[in-house]
Design a protein around this ligand. Structure first.
Ligand code: SF4
Length: 218
């Protein structure tokens, strides 16, 4: 089966299991930007609890920019890595006001100038706020796409991004990556994937190769 065909089937099956793709809650562009920053090594559910408190106390970008790093850190503590995250949010709020007129910019180049924003976050913002096609090559995406045989680029996020861009329909790209996160937490986990109940096992290169090896060794 060609990679493009396989990608289309994966999209359909994961869409059926996870109809809602993004689970971070945000009503303003910068709220999603900072929620994404907080989501590094933290669950979306916890981030949503923390951002509700943060944006209630600092309801505007200006209020957030005027807060101290310590004040922000105190609130975002439950998300882990809180000092770095608080610093990025504080600097990021000021950067958005000073350089972008208080709006989140809509180009990769500009997004990458914001503290704490890497290519992964920038792609998520480009897709979720501006509706651009974008692959968010995070740890779940790289692991699962590799197991399925949709990419052979291992853990190189840029190469995986480029591989998937070629085979996933533009309109499905961002949602597929969100669904990989859900799927990677529920079923295809890093430590112990639940292959026996996996809805993608017939498509999974790694699983099928393991079955072949087991048969040969018998
Ligand atoms: S069969 Fe196993 S390794 Fe393959 S995608 Fe499913 S859970 Fe992951």
């Amino acid at each position: 089966m060609r990679k493009k065909e396989k990608a289309a089937i994966v999209v359909d099956r994961l869409k059926a299991i996870y109809p809602d793709s993004c689970s971070l809650e945000a009503t303003k562009d910068y709220e999603l930007l900072f929620a994404t920053r907080l989501a590094a090594q933290c669950t979306d559910a916890r981030v949503n609890v923390v951002t509700a408190v943060l944006y209630d106390k600092y309801p505007t970008l200006e209020a957030l920019a005027a807060a101290t790093e310590d004040e922000i850190a105190e609130i975002v503590k439950p998300c882990g890595l809180f000092r770095t995250k608080a610093r990025d949010i504080h600097l990021g709020a000021n950067k958005l006001i000073q350089d972008f007129g208080g709006r989140v910019p809509d180009t990769m180049e500009e997004l990458l100038t914001i503290p704490g924003v890497g290519r992964k976050t920038a792609n998520l913002i480009l897709s979720d706020i501006f509706g651009h096609p974008a692959i968010v090559a995070d740890t779940h995406c790289m692991r699962i796409a590799g197991k399925l045989g949709l990419t052979d680029s291992g853990r190189d996020p840029y190469k995986v991004e480029m591989d998937l861009k070629k085979i996933v329909e533009p309109v499905e790209q961002a949602s597929l990556c969100h669904r990989f996160v859900h799927f990677g937490r529920d079923i295809c986990t890093a430590r112990s994937p639940k292959c026996e109940i996996c809805p993608l096992s017939d498509l999974c290169r790694e699983y099928q190769n393991n079955i072949k090896k087991t048969k040969k060794s018998k």
